[in-house]
Design a protein around this ligand. Structure first.
Ligand code: XLF
Length: 324
């Protein structure tokens, strides 16, 4: 006998009533609900979420595509998104794209076949693929199209604040280690940093890392880092890359912040674990995660919401790697 049939029999109701109760599609009286729920608990029944999603076209699952799960910022961000989704009755299906177009495309197919109710995609790399998807989507950082809302930190202002802090801390030979060109957020940080330097008539140098954090990051960029000892201030595009640069400086007996001051971006948990602890620009992870889920749920519920960029305020977190 199928599970639903057993539950119906034990609760003394029809199979159709049990199915209405499980799918929440039509009214079921409170008295009947209680009877069915009691039997479900007794037999420890686990409804088939996918089958239910196909039937009701509402899976109560949100697909979350993150670009790099080994970056502490994205583990924190994923937890916040998960918590906010759970608080609103949704589960998360987590996909790690590794900033890889093919993986992102594959996961997009997987999420569609799982009938997810909505998708959060962070730092998307394949904008074209989202054109024909009939599922509410929200993008974090990289813009996908005029129809898809983007949430991000105010990265441009963050870049400006980073420069101003190094400048006020006395740095005049300044280097920016920027992120890959395809990361819109770090391009904005770079733009803000350059504009602030121009306002002070100061030339700055930059080098570029071609990926987000990977375990081999230091080895891969060692050639680029060879001449960084000539600078007195460095702004690195994110905290985990800043940690990598700090390791390199320490291996060369450079004193931080006495010889070189350093500032990161994110305010992820690793800042406090480093020595000295890392001065950085705070991305408001809680607000970002909350806003992302709130907007997505409005879209899922067909509520009207302005299609625009949602920018969150950033601020300096002054710690031990800068002098001021
Ligand atoms: O995409 C950017 C680059 O790295 C993101 O916000 C992060 O700062 C996370 O570490």
């Amino acid at each position: 006998m199928s599970n639903i049939r057993k539950i119906a029999k034990a609760a003394g109701v029809s199979i159709a009533t049990v199915s209405r109760y499980l799918n929440g599609t039509e009214h079921v009286s409170d008295e009947v609900k209680l009877k069915i729920q009691k039997v479900i608990e007794e037999v420890n029944y686990k409804p088939n979420a996918l089958a239910r999603a196909v039937f009701t076209k509402n899976s109560k699952t949100i697909g979350l595509m993150v670009p790099n799960i080994s970056n502490p910022f994205f583990n924190q961000m994923s937890s916040v998104i998960e918590e906010n989704a759970n608080n609103n009755g949704y589960n998360i299906l987590l996909c790690n794209t590794d900033d890889d177009i093919e993986k992102e495309k594959k996961y997009l197919d997987v999420l569609q076949s799982h009938r997810v109710a909505g998708i959060v995609v962070a730092r998307s790399k394949c904008k074209e693929e989202y054109g024909n998807i009939d599922i509410p989507i929200i993008s974090f950082e990289n813009h996908i199209s005029d129809e898809i809302i983007t949430v991000s930190s105010d990265n441009y202002s963050g870049g400006k604040i980073a420069f101003e802090h190094l400048y006020e801390s006395g740095c005049r030979r300044i280097l920016h280690i920027k992120g890959p060109k395809c990361f819109e957020a770090t391009e904005e940080r770079y733009r803000g940093f350059l504009d602030a330097a121009k306002e002070k008539n100061l030339e700055i140098d930059f080098i570029e890392f071609e990926t987000d954090f990977q375990v081999e990051m230091l080895k891969e960029n060692i050639e680029k880092l060879k001449r960084i000892n000539k600078y007195d201030g460095i702004f690195v595009f994110n905290d985990i890359a800043a940690a990598t640069v700090m390791k390199f400086l320490k291996m060369n007996n450079t004193k931080i912040p006495k010889d070189i001051q350093i500032i990161g971006f994110d305010n992820s948990f690793i800042c406090e674990l480093l020595h000295p602890s890392l001065t950085t620009i705070n991305q408001p992870i809680q607000e970002l995660g909350k806003a992302t889920i709130e907007i997505l749920i409005k879209l899922i519920n067909n509520e009207k919401i302005p299609i625009k960029d949602y920018l969150m305020e950033v601020k300096l977190i002054n710690r031990g790697t800068t002098i001021l």
